[in-house]
Design a protein around this ligand. Structure first.
Ligand code: ADP
Length: 598
């Protein structure tokens, strides 16, 4: 009866393993499929062995011949699956797995043929029933064959298989002992119990399906992050590469505008400036859109003066209207709070996009820029509308308005410069600020864009608000001031020299960080304008080197074509006093110079 106990116990363990395996979330790796086939085969084997025992002791009256042969076939099948498993864990080439499976199954089908013909003796000894004879000897022979293959595979791939080899080694060792004992005393058979032990042992070494899934998710995440980094790197490089020549085009064109040139040439220079501005807008737009799509654009909230923001917008819009026969009406709620807390730079970007479009798409009539407010507790809802008497938008096209690179009515707009990115960015920014944007339009008569954004009201600012004077400075006189410009690009040096000419400052140019350091050994300056991306020694490295001298106190401004989001903060944290992006804005440059004039 001890056999029954062993059988029952083994069956219980097998069922337990099957239950645990199937109740877990898993990815079906090939080797795990082989593992569970082993457990299933062993379970069936144990059930058939129980039937064998019941038949032998005449409790059941089924043909012993059939049931014992079935049991022997299942034993061989188990050996075959285990050998497939060992083969699979020995090779990492997934494409080979199916070939391995089919080859072994064909060998198995050939190997079981003799089982149907070889003779089996049914014997009993001391009340214990057992089978012997040619068929059993044949099974021992084939089992030894499987043990041998497993042994070769393990020895060949000892290192690669890792801890997964341990249960296979246990199988080789225990099965060799079991076969030897069976040869000495055929009444003792614990093969299925040993197989159960091997399966139990294997459970702790097989690829943990959960861990594997997490591992694969991590790999996928890493790959996505790498791709995203590559995209950001590509975009910032592209932006840098395009900005550098644009700096020269815009810089020299603006300088040319001030020269005494024929009116027709002036018109052409104006077109060059407009086209370059448009290209710059496109580069900035692509950077913004890619940041927005990667959820990398952050809202930076600070305290700001609403009237200052509105004033800047008015100045910029008036400049854009220029000579156009357009009336610019403003209508600002006088009860609007003076100070608000929010991302004023983004707010400006949103409204400026709408105002710029109104100017672009309106030939005559007016543009009304209206700001009303609704206050509740410390929240102020800004309701900003931009209304124009321009070409308007067809009702069925309004849905397309906010899609990127979508430009409408091209037959009418063909002469108007645009990228089709402005409104896509505007909408995303409004959503990022938890606001809403709506459009009303009467095609042919005009459009009205309304934005509602909540901002927190500040009773009085905690520190003085940084009033950016850039837009107000008209006259610049920095005579007597010494400015050093460091840039490896000769044309950029010429542009800077030309743009700074009107400041009347003394300009010195050098084309590398080394030259800058060398020059500063014997000279001093009031201001340094430094490019960053220079070969051999970058602007940042140059500044760090200069700062090694505790007496170094010349304000140094980063003037670079690295103009992606967060660059200003990066350069300030590296020790620069300020940051100017290329193409250099003339007014910003002048105001920077004036700020450091002694
Ligand atoms: P663009 O750079 O082409 O101006 P936008 O995304 O800002 O790109 O605008 C998308 C399209 O929406 C424009 O090409 C234009 O057809 C239409 N549009 C935007 N604003 C107005 C407006 N105020 N009046 C008429 N059409 C407009």
């Amino acid at each position: 009866m001890s056999n029954y106990f062993l059988l029952f116990f083994s069956l219980l363990i097998n069922l337990f393993i099957l239950f645990i395996y199937f109740s877990k979330k898993r990815i079906d790796l090939f080797e795990n499929k082989m593992y569970i086939s082993l457990a299933l085969c062993n379970t069936v084997c144990l059930l058939v062995e129980t039937l064998c025992n019941l038949c032998a002791s005449n409790i059941l009256s089924i043909d012993k011949n059939i049931i014992v042969r079935l049991f022997l076939i299942l034993l061989l099948l188990w050996g075959c699956i285990l050998t497939i498993y060992t083969n699979v864990i020995s090779t990492k080439k997934e494409e080979k797995y199916n070939l391995i499976l089919f080859s072994y199954l064909i060998v198995f089908l050939i190997l079981i043929i003799p089982i149907f013909f070889l003779h089996i003796d049914f014997l009993s000894f001391d009340g214990l029933y057992y089978a012997n004879g040619e068929a059993i000897n044949y099974i021992v022979l084939v089992a030894s064959f499987y043990i041998l293959i497993n042994m070769i595979l393990i020895l060949k791939n000892y290192k690669e298989i890792g801890k997964k080899k341990l249960p296979i080694i246990a199988y080789i060792f225990l099965m060799t002992i079991a076969i030897s004992i069976h040869n000495i005393d055929p009444t003792i058979s614990a093969i299925n119990a040993l197989e159960t032990f091997v399966i139990l042992f294997m459970y702790f070494t097989i690829e943990n399906p959960d861990l594997k899934m997490i591992e694969q998710l991590n790999i996928a995440r890493d790959q996505a992050e790498k791709a995203n980094h590559a995209k950001t790197d590509f975009l910032s490089n592209m932006s840098h590469e395009i900005r550098t020549p644009l700096n020269a085009i815009i810089g020299f064109s603006e300088a040319l505008m001030e020269e005494d040139i024929p009116p027709s040439a002036k018109e052409e220079v104006k077109d060059i400036i407009m086209a370059s501005d448009n290209l710059l807008e496109l580069v900035n737009g692509i950077l913004d859109i890619s940041k927005l799509e990667a959820n990398k654009l952050e809202i930076v909230n600070t305290e700001y003066s609403l009237s200052k923001v509105l004033n800047d917008l008015v100045v910029l819009t008036k400049a854009r209207i220029g000579e156009k026969p357009l009336e610019f009406r403003t209508n600002f709620d006088p009860s609007a709070p003076a100070y608000l807390y929010g991302d004023y730079a983004r707010l400006k970007q949103i409204v400026l996009n709408l105002l710029t479009n109104a100017v672009k798409y309106t030939k005559e009539g007016y543009i009304e820029f209206k700001v009303s407010t609704v206050k509740k507790d410390d929240i102020c809802r800004l309701i900003i509308s931009v209304e124009d008497t321009g070409i308007g938008i067809q009702n069925d096209k309004i849905d397309k308005l906010f899609l990127k690179f979508e430009r409408l009515d091209l037959d009418k707009n063909i002469t108007i410069e645009g990228t089709g990115l402005g409104l896509a960015i505007t909408k995303k920014l409004v959503e990022l600020m938890q606001g809403k944007i709506v459009v009303q339009s009467d095609y042919g008569h005009g459009s009205k864009f309304t934005v509602a954004i909540d901002q927190r009201i500040i009773a009085s600012p905690t520190k003085p608000i940084d009033e950016d004077k850039a837009l107000e400075i008209e006259e610049v006189d920095a005579s007597g001031m010494r400015i050093l410009v460091v840039d490896d690009n000769k044309i950029n040096l010429k542009v800077a020299e030309r743009l700074l000419k009107d400041t009347k400052a003394t300009i010195t140019c050098v084309d590398s960080g080394f030259a800058c350091i060398e020059l500063l050994k014997n000279n001093t300056y009031d201001l340094i304008l430094m490019d960053d991306m220079m070969p051999k020694m970058s602007g940042v490295e140059t500044l760090h080197k200069l700062k090694e001298d505790p007496n170094f106190a010349i304000p140094t401004i980063a003037m670079t074509a690295n103009a992606i989001e967060g660059m200003k903060e990066k350069y300030l944290s590296e020790g620069f006093e300020g940051y100017l992006s290329k193409p250099v804005n003339r007014k910003e440059l002048n105001s920077t110079v004036m700020k450091y004039k002694k």
